[in-house]
Design a protein around this ligand. Sequence first.
Ligand SMILES: Nc1ncnc2c1ncn2[C@@H]1O[C@H](COP(=O)(O)OP(=O)(O)OP(=O)(O)O)[C@@H](O)[C@H]1O
Length: 223
Amino acid sequence: MIRLANVSHDYGGRGLLKNIDLHIAPGAFHFLTGPSGAGKSTLLKLCYGELRPNDGDVELFGQPLSALSRDALADTRRRIGVIHQDCQFLDHLSLAENVALPFVATGRQVPEADLRELLAWVGLAGQADSLPPTLSGGERQRAALARAVIMSPEVVLADEPTGNVDPEMSQRLLSLLVELNRMGTAVMIATHDLPLIRSAKTMVSARVLRIVDQGLQSAGSDL
Ligand SMILES: Nc1ncnc2c1ncn2[C@@H]1O[C@H](COP(=O)(O)OP(=O)(O)OP(=O)(O)O)[C@@H](O)[C@H]1O
């Protein structure tokens, strides 16, 4: 679905990512780890076409990124759900309206029952009308997950989805992502949270990738 071949990228200074090969296949579950500043968020952005690489090839659902027009890229992006590190919301809209935004942006109304079901799935049915500033960190992260999956994407890319929450809430978020994966969605999670990765390994067959010296390695059993 998402394929990077010999991809290199930096922001014009020192090298960051070099000769990266990566394939996110249907149903895959990947973790992406590595030190702060190693390029995890950058790699995720390359995977959903937010960034175009300085060098190498990115293919999204069989189409070279370099050949996609702006409109075609926007269509392709709807097949990819992204949970951003800072999970920003529009503070004047309710939680339900924020979650529905990707759908509404396509000019369609999200079926009310589907929205309710999705909010219940992430445990936020009771907060549908709350404004984002009144939500806790864990509630925001779960809302971000709901927003990422409302378009039924084929793959979810999550950037530190458990960044600001306690271990119990991390487990809950992980369980939701594993459940999504069991229903067929490919998942890639960028995280520093090694205990989370360890506990995931008991629930799902996950591949752990680590950015080391600008390259991508499979992490060993030391995790
Ligand atoms: N838009 C940008 N312009 C210039 N430099 C950037 C930009 N985005 C990221 N960087 C730099 O690229 C490097 C990698 O950043 P990135 O956010 O990909 O790392 P990361 O591994 O996700 O870090 P963290 O774990 O701290 O979130 C950092 O040194 C960062 O300062």
